[in-house]
Design a protein around this ligand. Structure first.
Ligand code: HEC
Ligand SMILES: [Cu+2]
Length: 386
């Protein structure tokens, strides 16, 4: 009776685990659902090593079972003396050769792909500058936010990376403060961002895979970098090439900071220019500032990479960033009244460059709905887990 009870307990546990594990395969953030060539190649490598491992497990189990069954004393008699095979030449050659063979089968594609995926030569032109024909993005990781610079177009944005589909996207990665790691699970990676030296690689996003995940992929920092590491998320918006070009053109067209239209937003703009501009650029070329570039903040789908994008959250964030993202570098001390903060928030919400096309807010909602189905998962654990 006790035994059966134990079995039921295990069965329950395994079922529970299976239910949890079934939530892992989301299009927009799963390594197991590759979004492009790089991710697919890495996934194939995983499959190859799993197949080889299973093969070894199967063969060993079969040989073991046969040995156990055939060699029972009952079958062989009390006085049976096994043959002494210590130092047997043939056997030793066999069990040395097979593992070497398996390792070679693993090593050849692994080494080949390692070099192939690190080949970023095409992003440089003959003079060692940036090749204007290719999509090149310079990524700077900061505690706890991301800056994306498009050197060919001289456009800078932060937190939300926009990439073209069906094309190699080259990345130059560096960190501004401590070591971070750039990871878009569905597309491949990850690669460290260091303070000294630049790491480069490329990723690809297939158009049909982008459509499957509503054009939105999730990115993360994958190297413990401080108290708010788990909140150091970013989004990748994969657009068809024409739309991507349009986005770049829109960004480039903003020469001057957007003029606020509504009254309170105009007031907010003035306050922003007094209190916030020291750390935040609102022109598309502002790079290397102490805080994220906010040029297209109104288009964003999240605040600070993880909070829902609405005015209430924005006001709360400006009032007390520390309570939302411990140790982040926005001090939150600028002597503003509640009214003034509301005005600044109204101004920031107006900073848009996109005209509705591929509005990320709706993209994100449908991405999550589509991928989650009936699963109940709070958005907090979704965003913060790592
Ligand atoms: C000392 C520099 C500094 C000042 C001054 C500053 N900020 Fe920030 N701000 C930051 C940093 C750093 C971050 C990124 C925090 C993070 O996500 O880790 C940030 C993030 C933000 C974000 C979220 C950005 C995003 O990409 O989602 C908003 C909005 C913002 N700040 C608004 C303001 C406003 C409004 C003011 C003026 C009242 C202000 N900031 C003043 C440094 C600053
Ligand atoms: Cu980090």
């Amino acid at each position: 009776m006790k035994n059966r009870w134990m079995n039921a307990k295990w069965l329950g546990l395994i079922t529970l685990l299976a239910v949890f594990a079934s939530g892992c395969g989301k299009n927009h953030l799963s390594t197991l659902k590759p979004a492009g060539e790089v991710g697919q190649e890495q996934f194939n490598l995983m499959l190859l090593s799993i197949v080889i491992m299973l093969l070894v497990v199967a063969v060993v189990s079969v040989v073991f079972t046969i040995a156990v069954i055939k060699s029972r004393r009952k079958n062989l008699g009390e006085d049976f003396e096994p043959k002494d095979v210590a130092g047997n030449h043939t056997l030793e050659v066999i069990w040395t050769a097979i593992p070497i063979l398996l390792l070679i089968i693993l090593a050849v594609p692994t080494v080949y792909l390692t070099f192939k995926q690190a080949d970023t030569q095409a992003m440089e032109n003959e003079d060692g500058g940036v090749n204007s024909e290719e999509t090149v993005i310079n990524v700077t990781a900061n505690q706890y936010w991301w800056e994306f610079e498009y050197p060919n177009e001289e456009v800078v944005t932060s937190q939300e990376l926009v990439v073209p589909t069906d094309k190699k996207v080259y990345f130059n990665l560096k960190a501004a403060d401590v070591k971070h790691s750039f990871w878009v699970p569905a597309a491949g990676g990850k690669l460290d961002t260091n303070v000294d030296g630049i790491n480069s690689f490329y990723l690809t996003f297939d158009e049909d895979k982008a459509q499957d995940s509503n054009r939105l992929f999730y990115g993360k920092c994958a190297e413990l970098c401080g108290p708010s590491h788990a909140l150091m998320d970013f989004k990748v918006k994969a657009l068809p090439e024409e739309e991507y070009d349009q986005w770049l053109a829109d960004m480039k067209n903003i020469e001057e900071p957007v003029q606020a239209s509504a009254d309170d937003a105009a007031e907010g703009q003035e306050i922003f220019n007094n209190s916030c501009i020291g750390c935040h650029a609102v022109t598309p070329t502002g790079t290397g500032a102490q805080g994220p570039n906010l040029t297209n903040f109104g288009d964003r789908d999240l605040i600070a990479g993880f909070m829902e994008h609405n005015e209430e959250n924005l006001v709360n964030w400006i009032k007390d960033p520390e309570s939302y993202k411990p140790d982040n570098k926005m001090t939150g001390q600028y002597d503003l009244t509640d009214e003034e903060i509301n005005a600044v928030a109204a101004y920031l919400m107006e900073l848009k460059v996109e005209e509705g096309a591929g509005d990320v807010e709706t993209l994100r909602e449908s991405a999550e709905e589509g991928a989650e189905g009936s699963e109940e998962e709070s958005s907090e654990s979704e965003e913060g887990g790592n």
